[in-house]
Ligand binder design. Sequence first.
Ligand code: SF4
Length: 137
Amino acid sequence: MPFDGNKWMDKKMVSYSEMLKKITQVYPGLMKVSDKSNDTSKAYKVPGFVGQIGFITSMSENFCGSCNRVRLTADGNLKVCLFGSSEVSLRDVMRDGCTDEELLDVIGVAVGRKKRQHAGMQNLAKLKNRPMILIGG
Ligand code: SF4
């Protein structure tokens, strides 16, 4: 994923379909495991093996429509999308003495403004955003 500082290069990206194709060539029994409605990864397993693998396909098959992930950064900002530059300072609202209900309202408005999907693979790398190390994983 193209975050500031990770030297993202489109041509080095391996898409979801390419990964599936390559793994299936070696493990033809690779099978889909059911995912929960807001999972961020697509789970698979190979019969006879312990464990499973998951693909996080943000770039080649985005799942923003079912994503319910939000981040609270160490400096108190709420991000409703990893790739969104918009942030709301919950720290400032709390330092101003808001009530719990007012804080919930601020969070609700921010979540309500969340975009339907990210800007698309070709545009993401050009957007200004915090590096992942300053967002939190
Ligand atoms: S780009 Fe944003 S909305 Fe889409 S999956 Fe990532 S964090 Fe969720």
